[in-house]
Design a protein around this ligand. Structure first.
Ligand code: ATP
Length: 292
């Protein structure tokens, strides 16, 4: 598959803070990706460099095969920021109209329909919108742009559960008919687990893991039982996290478990369960910090 975005050894420091350090990643066409990381992990700094908002200290950004020059905004890309500044007095319809001028694939009919779906009044002034409604205007732009590379930074922040679900459902429906590359940056993995195909887990300005969501589900296990049996079972495996309560222990193990390995665990009185992705993500980051 063709590469839509290549980030090569990208770095950006603010004073002594390495917001992004020598980070590389690549996104292929027609795939939905998640960029996951806690507050301050460096996601927004990375996205700002990818979309030409800030210039890196080092490294390269290649969008649709072209290296971005200083100050250049990447072509065929829509970036829905977490925070936006709108002209004074601008109304929802004005903001959509402005956005339509930047995106050659803009679907006016879809934009109009989405305003209805998300209960937005086109005549309302932007500064009168709630935080969630303002985020939704950005999301309408991201969806209606149909840009070959569409990036959403924390798209559901400030939205209620119903609106979050509506946004994800609409994204998937539109993606099914108009596949493109979508990157969703968030700190809420469970919410996007059914939407994204691959995730990049970011911490301290670096990528800790790049993995298919399905693989994470298949490979992340909670193994629990007597401490001695658990100790023997996890020997040689990747243990992301472990806890013990007296003689009983719980370990989060990452890796494939064959049928005979499961049977072996059961015969030792160990129970094997899945791991909620948000928990896995938190443990992985803890492990990364312990290793650092
Ligand atoms: N303009 C700036 N000046 C100084 N430090 C900054 C600036 N922007 C970001 N940083 C620092 O760089 C690091 C990464 O911040 P960044 O906003 O990229 O993280 P993030 O993953 O997007 O976090 P969040 O989810 O909270 O938005 C943080 O330590 C932050 O304090």
């Amino acid at each position: 598959m063709n590469s839509v975005l290549e980030v090569k050894q990208l770095s950006k420091a603010y004073g002594r803070t390495d917001a992004v350090s020598s980070l590389s990643l690549d996104l292929s066409e027609q795939t939905i990706y998640g960029l996951l990381g806690r507050n301050g992990a460096g996601k927004t700094t990375l996205l700002n460099m990818v979309t030409g908002g800030i210039f890196p200290d080092g490294g390269e950004v290649v969008v649709h095969g072209r290296t971005l020059r200083k100050g250049e905004v990447p072509p065929n890309t829509c970036y829905v920021r977490e925070k936006n500044f709108y002209p004074n007095g601008a109304r929802v319809r004005d903001v959509l109209h402005m956005a339509s001028a930047f995106h050659p694939n803009w679907d006016k009919e879809l934009a109009g329909r989405l305003l209805g779906t998300f209960k937005l009044n086109p005549g309302q002034k932007m500064r009168q919108l709630s935080r969630g409604m303002e985020a939704m205007v950005g999301n309408v732009i991201g969806l209606a742009s149909r840009a070959p590379l569409t990036i959403f930074d924390e798209p559901v922040l400030g939205l209620d559960v119903l609106m979050r679900e509506k946004f994800y459902r609409t994204l998937l429906e539109d993606y099914a008919e108009h596949p493109r590359t979508v990157l969703l940056s968030t700190h809420l993995i469970d919410e996007i687990a059914t939407v994204v195909e691959q995730v990049f887990i970011m911490e301290n300005g670096s990528i800790l893991m790049r993995e298919d969501v399905e693989h994470i589900r298949e490979r992340a296990h909670t193994v629990s039982g007597s401490g001695a049996a658990l100790q023997a079972f996890v020997e040689g495996r990747r243990v992301i996290h472990s806890e013990s309560y007296g003689h009983v222990g719980v370990a989060i193990v990452y890796g494939e478990l064959a049928e005979n390995e499961r049977r072996e665990a059961e015969s030792r009185g160990l129970a094997i369960d899945g791991v909620p992705l948000q928990k896995f993500f938190a443990y992985l980051i803890e492990e990364g910090q312990a290793d650092a």
